[in-house]
Write a protein that binds this ligand. Structure first.
Ligand SMILES: *[C@@H]1O[C@H](CO)[C@@H](O)[C@H](O)[C@H]1NC(C)=O
Ligand SMILES: *[C@@H]1O[C@H](CO)[C@@H](O)[C@H](O)[C@H]1NC(C)=O
Length: 196
């Protein structure tokens, strides 16, 4: 590469001026009110952390206060061995221990729907809304496939809010107890997320 600074000074000056002119133009083109490039520091985004969260999820279908209710199904859903087509809206407690009355750390709010015909497999679209300590008000969003009869199911964490902004990671769900008579289940969750 030729060294322009070894050329006569007027040449170098002209080159720098042109560079400056174009970079100012480029900067103003990027910052047009709709979008602009930010430095992560400006948003307070510093060092990435990896967090592990552990809690129990209570899916209660029986009794007067179910935590999940069926909001839709298809004509064939009742004939399907996997309840294919059933859509449940859930607002389920997340607790520190398997006991329903142990400390509440958050709620799992969202939809699970039977999306598989040959095995029991749910589409899970859920927000974990946390209420505990510094996580109160922060949330994680889960979107994944839950084959509930498998020992461990892994589902992606696709985002978050509050302390979990920019979150990404995965959740592992393991059935702790299941009552086939009522359909009630307690599920152990281990969640691993990168966030700032
Ligand atoms: C399926 O069965 C349930 C009761 O088991 C009933 O409430 C519901 O209406 C049925 N759905 C259809 C589409 O037949
Ligand atoms: C969480 O925050 C809400 C609203 O700011 C507040 O009412 C509630 O008491 C807090 N809960 C805990 C457990 O700190």
């Amino acid at each position: 590469m030729p060294n322009i600074f070894s050329k006569p000074p007027s040449y170098a000056f002209f080159f720098l001026f042109t560079l400056l002119f174009f970079s100012i133009n480029l900067a103003s083109a990027k910052s047009n009110g709709f979008s602009n490039v930010l430095s992560p520091k400006k948003l307070g985004v510093k060092r990435e952390k990896l967090s592990h969260l552990h809690f129990y999820f209570h899916d209660i279908l029986s009794g007067r206060n179910p935590t999940a209710i069926r909001v839709a199904d298809a004509a064939m859903t009742n004939k399907s061995k996997t309840s294919f087509g059933a859509v449940e809206m859930a607002d389920e407690p997340l607790t520190e221990a398997p006991d329903r009355n142990s400390k509440l750390v958050g709620k799992a709010q969202g939809i699970y729907a039977s999306a598989a015909q040959d095995e029991v497999g749910f589409l899970m679209v859920m927000n974990f809304a946390f209420m505990e300590g510094k996580y109160n008000g922060s949330s994680l969003s889960l979107l994944g496939r839950n084959t509930v009869l498998s020992t461990v199911r892994e589902m992606p964490i696709v985002g978050g809010s509050g302390l979990f902004r920019f979150a990404r990671g995965y959740a592992q769900a393991k059935t702790h107890t299941f009552d086939p008579k009522t359909g009630n289940a307690v599920v152990e969750y281990n969640v691993y997320v990168f966030h700032y």
